[in-house]
Design a protein around this ligand. Structure first.
Ligand code: PLP
Length: 358
């Protein structure tokens, strides 16, 4: 770094051994970023320090009322060894949008970017190099005031932790998944918090997820919370359809999470000159498209998988099999393009890649 950083660096006495296996979210690197918020002073004491447990009062606000937000993004090692981060500016902006919805004081985007790049630079040896692997980045804010009254907390902690992760598709091929269309539980409603990344959304989705798993389905397809008719998301991914050569995705409506991968896919599809429709899509209309033979592909999008092809949807007593349970060419093309940009084998025409240390 050329300029003097506001971020303090507290060195570890000893570094950890790198893990042999890279199970998602299980291993953490040597360092973490931390910064505190105090009602009088604002955000203070940005620091990178050894990864270790934190201590909290049992009365900490977050433990009772869940006032918290998070992000999920990834750093990759490109073919020529550069550590890069995919679209960090978008994730930083979204974290602040989540903060606003949860009455959490927002963070300075420049300081967040500096924290992110400085931490990744220090930990670049933790970015695994094998194809498909990455360093998962988890920034989050928790409310820490020891207080049981209901009003926004006056104290917060912002942290960034890092976890090396293996390839989502361990054998390199995109595996289509079976999806249960959930018609009883809902994930989110307009006016609620579905459009931001806050822990309660995930807690609320687990029962449906467990039930779908028991029935042999990997994820649930969420319908809207009001009429139980319109398609929203698949698990914790956004969803896309290829119908008669054109691409459809549910329009952001206040309960759908605006995914960065969703945005990247939309950019690419438009750039390729393929008609893209962001609109309300009912499960009924989707079924009709399938019945008339026009439903060609279905896939989810998110940071973890990038693209996740859907091979089967179960809606009430109907089974919708998509593309003979094979990964579609369009999903594959999108996957290859986005991962190609991430790993540096394809040109980044869009300014999505932030090279760390340059
Ligand atoms: C994080 C998330 C997504 C995907 O967002 P990306 O930015 O593409 O990773 C979609 N839906 C939900 C509910 C999410 O939490």
């Amino acid at each position: 770094m050329n300029q003097v950083s506001k971020i303090e660096f507290i060195k570890a006495n000893q570094l950890k051994e790198k893990p042999n296996s890279l199970e998602f979210g299980k291993h953490f690197t040597d360092y973490m970023f931390m910064m505190d918020y105090d009602g009088d002073q604002g955000w203070i004491s940005p620091r990178i320090k050894p990864y270790e447990p934190i201590s909290l009062s049992p009365a900490s606000f977050v433990l009772h009322y869940g006032q918290a937000v998070f992000e999920g993004l990834k750093a990759y090692k490109t073919r020529n060894g550069d550590p890069v981060i995919f679209r960090p500016d978008k994730h930083i902006a979204r974290l602040n949008q989540s903060c606003e919805r949860l009455c959490i004081p927002t963070l300075d985007p420049d300081l967040m970017m500096e924290a992110l790049t400085m931490l990744i630079d220090i930990e670049k040896d933790w970015i695994p190099e094998e194809e498909g692997t990455s360093l998962y980045i988890r920034p989050f804010v928790i409310s820490t005031e020891p207080y049981l009254g209901i009003r926004p907390s006056h104290h917060y902690t912002f942290m960034i932790i890092l976890s090396p992760v293996g390839a989502y598709y361990s054998d390199g091929a995109l595996n289509p998944v079976k999806i249960f269309v959930e018609d009883e539980y809902v994930r989110a409603v307009k006016g609620g918090v579905g459009h931001v990344k806050t822990p309660g959304n995930y807690a609320a989705s687990m029962l449906a997820q467990e039930r779908a798993n028991e029935l042999g389905y990997e994820q649930v397809l969420w319908l809207d919370g009001k009429e139980n008719k319109y398609i929203e998301e698949v698990g914790s991914m956004n969803i896309f359809f290829k119908i008669n050569g054109e691409i459809y995705t549910p329009k952001l409506n206040g309960s759908i999470l605006p995914g960065v991968t969703r945005d990247s896919v939309i950019h690419l599809v438009k750039d390729w000159g393929i008609p893209l429709h962001e609109e309300r899509i009912s499960i009924e209309d989707l079924y009709k498209a399938h019945q008339s033979g026009q439903l060609e592909e279905v896939f989810g999008t998110g940071t973890a998988a990038v693209i996740s092809p859907v091979g089967e949807l179960k809606w009430e007593d109907k089974i919708i099999t998509i593309n003979d349970f094979q990964t579609g060419d369009f999903a594959k093309e999108l996957y290859d393009t986005i991962t190609g940009i991430q790993y540096g084998s394809k040109r980044d025409h869009y300014g999505w890649i932030k090279v760390v240390g340059k």
